[in-house]
Design a protein around this ligand. Structure first.
Ligand SMILES: *[C@@H]1O[C@H](CO)[C@@H](O)[C@H](O)[C@H]1NC(C)=O
Ligand SMILES: *[C@@H]1O[C@H](CO)[C@@H](O)[C@H](O)[C@H]1NC(C)=O
Length: 189
């Protein structure tokens, strides 16, 4: 199970990111304590509500499955645009507040530096570890997207898909059926 988790996070974090521009030490000079700030804030929140761990992995997944891991799931709707967040597919997405709190803390320490997409990716990583999963390192440097449209969420796997349709859909994103089953565990919370 642990290996499986590592595998699909590696794949998931490769989602349309391109390898360019990303690095393990992306914030080394601009925000050296980013990892511990994320982790400490997250751990506090998870101590209050441990079930949020799965919620954050799920949110990261919803973010990545649509146009890559670009933080677009966090964008609020406006008068002119209904964002991904307000799709029926979001229905049970949870953990927005933790991400907002972490972002706020980071803005105090290193204003305008850390992308929300990276915060979500790091929070999901730390949530996996908190929940008893493996620890894994992720490259950082994701840029936040500005596109967040409700219609894009129709690319998420719908609940009425049968197994073969799901396997095909996840396969198109580089996931094996095993990855899919492991990932689906987070979708039940
Ligand atoms: C998710 O979508 C529903 C309806 O589609 C909306 O009412 C709700 O506010 C959204 N949730 C969040 C956290 O934005
Ligand atoms: C799954 O659904 C597709 C499309 O409706 C259908 O062609 C296929 O036979 C179904 N597979 C199974 C195993 O039910």
């Amino acid at each position: 199970m642990a290996n499986l988790l590592i595998l699909f996070f590696v794949i998931m974090n490769g989602f349309k990111l391109g390898v360019y521009g990303l690095s393990m030490n992306y914030y080394l000079f601009s925000c050296p304590f980013v990892d511990s700030i994320v982790k400490n804030n997250l751990n506090t929140a998870l101590q209050d509500d441990p079930t949020l761990a799965a919620g954050l992995v799920r949110m990261h997944f919803h973010d990545c499955f649509i146009e890559g891991c670009d933080g677009s799931v966090l964008i609020d709707s406006t008068k002119e645009n209904t964002a991904e967040k307000d799709s029926p597919a979001n229905l049970s997405l949870r953990g927005y507040k933790v991400i907002d709190d972490i972002k706020q803390e980071l803005e105090k320490q290193c204003p305008g530096v850390v992308s929300c997409a990276d915060i979500l990716a790091m929070a999901a990583r730390d949530a996996v570890f908190f929940a008893g999963g493996p620890i894994y390192n992720i490259p950082k440097g994701r840029k936040d997207g500005t596109r967040s449209k409700i219609e894009d969420t129709f690319n998420l796997p719908p609940p009425f898909f049968n197994a073969s349709q799901l396997i095909r859909m996840f396969g198109q994103h580089g996931f094996s059926p095993k990855d899919m089953v492991a990932l689906s565990g987070n979708n039940c919370v």
